[in-house]
Design a protein around this ligand. Structure first.
Ligand SMILES: [Zn+2]
Length: 266
């Protein structure tokens, strides 16, 4: 017990000394989320195109009510299961109409749309590489009546299911990716059915700030730039925090008592 205590103390002292050299992290979200190793805050739009071979590794078959064969990332599936169950408890039956779309599928859809529209991009189908669906985190969720419609439009927002999603999707880690009053920034028409998984902490923050993904991305990237301009090293900060994380739980020598030192960094 004593030995472990001293060991943890020395490690923490070393880490804290190293931490002291870094400027204080004051952004409302922890750096691990912004490191984006899971890809949950990956931005795809006309200006930030995904590579043709960008494909998430943890795609799986949809586990909720749907009218499509598209797969989806695991975290999205897990969140959807809970959200669909809660919606149903409130009397709303949701259906997934579209989920992961490969670069190639998007390519075909985009050029078919152009052809139908006399070569004009009308903002309804994203350019290949620019689609949120290629991240495996973007999904179109409708009610039954709307799954039967040919086209989609903003009138879906008037449906009870859409209102429920707009109010509650944040709790499950989703945001409305293309918001009504952000069309100029997203350059995509309002799509009350298109949810995007970003994880619960980010979704809650984006809701509070009323940010679209472009605004959120611009803000956190500017914060890291400023952090580094002030002498911080973002990658080093991540390493230091991971090292402390690894030492916060230990066991005493008799193997019974858990020694837990938790740090709150933000
Ligand atoms: Zn969509």
């Amino acid at each position: 017990m004593k030995r472990i205590g001293i060991f943890v103390f020395i490690l923490l002292a070393c880490c804290c000394a190293a931490m002291a050299e870094q400027p204080e992290w004051t952004y409302p979200l922890p750096p691990e989320i912004l490191a984006n190793n899971e890809g949950y805050i990956t931005l795809a739009n006309k200006e930030v195109l995904l590579d043709a071979d960008y494909a998430p590794q943890d795609l799986e078959k949809l586990a909720v009510r749907n009218v499509v064969d598209d797969p989806v990332r695991k975290a999205v599936n897990d969140a959807l299961v809970t959200m669909f169950a809660d919606a149903e408890e409130n009397g709303y039956k949701l259906y997934v109409k579209s989920a992961y779309r490969s670069y190639q599928t998007q390519h075909t859809m985009y050029f078919n749309r152009l052809e139908k529209n006399n070569g004009k991009d009308d903002g309804w189908v994203s350019y290949p590489g620019a689609s949120d669906h290629q991240t495996g985190l973007g999904i179109d969720v409708l009610n039954y009546a709307w799954t039967k419609k040919e086209g989609m439009n903003e009138k879906f927002a008037l449906e009870d299911e859409a209102k429920w999603m707009a109010e509650n999707c944040w709790d499950y880690g989703f945001v409305i990716r293309y918001m009504e009053d952000k069309e100029e920034i997203t350059q995509i028409n309002y799509e009350p059915w298109h949810l995007r998984y970003v994880g619960p902490e980010v979704a809650k923050y984006m809701q509070e700030m009323h940010y679209c993904l472009e605004e959120f991305t611009q803000e956190w990237q500017a914060y890291i730039e400023e952090y580094e301009a002030n002498g911080g090293d973002f990658n080093q900060l991540l390493k230091e925090r991971a090292a402390i994380e690894a030492t916060v739980i230990g066991y005493s020598e008799d193997g019974e008592e858990e020694v837990s030192l938790s740090h709150n960094f933000y």
